[in-house]
Design a protein around this ligand. Sequence first.
Ligand code: 16G
Ligand code: ZN
Length: 531
Amino acid sequence: MAQFEEVSQKSAVHPKPVGLVLQYGTAGFRTNSKQLDHVMFRMGLLATLRSKKTKATIGVMVTASHNPEEDNGVKLVDPMGEMVTPAWEGYATQLANAEQEELLTALKDIIERETISMAQEASVFVGKDTRPSSDSLSQAVLDGVHALGGHSKDYGLVTTPQLHYMVCCQNTQGRYGEATVKGYYRKLSQAFIQLTKNVPNRTDDQKALLVDGANGIGALKVCEMETYLKNELQLSLFNDGSSGKLNHLCGADYVKVQQRAPKGVEMTAGERCCSYDGDADRIVYYYSGSAGRFHLLDGDKIATLISTYLKELLTQAGLDLQIAVVQTAYANGSSTQYLEDTMKVIVRCTKTGVKHLHHAAQEFDIGVYFEANGHGTVLFSKAAEEKIQKLAQDSNTNDERRRAALLLQNTVNLINQTVGDAISDMLLIEAVLAIRGMTVQQWDAIYTDLPNRQLKVKVADRRVIDTTDAERRTVSPAGLQEAIDSRVKKYRQARSFVRPSGTEDVVRVYAEADTQESADALAHEVSLAVY
Ligand code: 16G
Ligand code: ZN
């Protein structure tokens, strides 16, 4: 078929280095950008097939998130803006690893297994982050799409969550919003302004926020959005990409893992600051306390703030909707305890990786999910959205209930439900703080984090470690869990687990305990047990 001839010809321009094997991991393919040209071309092919199969628009995002600037990566986005299904992750790996002469066979194999009609039209949205390599790599994706006769729309520089949003808007015929970057700004800023407009006496101090853009795409996009916010939020942007290197000594991952302020942010005591990661799908907050002590408000604190706010509104609105918080093993023990014992909300723990959390959150009327690293969002079931909307429009209801319902409705509009979104999360957090009249210190004081430590250990083969119970316990190698248990017993309020990383060739170790010294010592002892 002519189509396949074109694939053959074009693929020769994007040759695969012989013997190179890559894996579609937790966040797609991710490695040094020099190894990715053929992968990008092939993901263009695969996205086109996926689009034919689902008869919907598929997204391809070129980014390596918080990884160093030299790396790059690619992720496929399914029709409703969610991560691609496991079977197709498998196809992605097969296609990426097929040697040059096996490519057509691999492609035809997928077409056959999925009974794809090649006559079906295909549409693929492509986006990229600000890495120097992203230009040519996204071009390779487009080459792949066109080689199979697919239609493409190149959004150019967008955040990862913006691309997810576009895909969802497109496939819901605009019901979720308009599939343009401007449409995204308009929807979010209108919701934010509606939410905050009746908050009495918001001072300039309360409107001020310091933002670390990680020298990445988030910085660019939040600048574009600022005019839409009509001074209701006054951002001071640092690490805007004009001089510093992407993710270098800055960004959400650096701040969370190092537990310190990013380079280049001039913060005075008590000021609210936040950091995005390199593709703006994560956010963490922090401030400098008295005596310059650094205080981090991570994904767990964000989930707590948001779920507390939502629960209060549901009570005021008199809406009987079930709310749950989904976390991973990395969630600080204090947060879980607070949510379960004080807030009395359902808490679920899943494996690391957005798709697992997202999936679990879909089971509730309202599912708030956040990884401790700051990736998260809120999902509302269709029924929940309808109930909220109905009440907001019901002129017979009393003022308090109606007010709560209107706040809930605008909250729904402010949230990017497709995936964690630093910009949307930031606006939501700012709105919640304003509505509840809370300072960042008061937010921080909701509960006190247990001191914790994360380490990584290089081992010969990280795959020998197998975990269970949402990665909280190991089942192999034999004896490892017992070794961890015996070390944990020596400390107070202690917990520790190990898991093979899905994005790096390392084993990750997490430990928490009543003091930082104990958490550090426990993490160290457990990492020795991993060898
Ligand atoms: C990826 C995941 C993130 C997870 C991280 C864990 C997505 C979109 N991203 O970045 O959710 O926290 O991997 O990395 O799923 P690790 O397996 O190396 O610890
Ligand atoms: Zn990211």
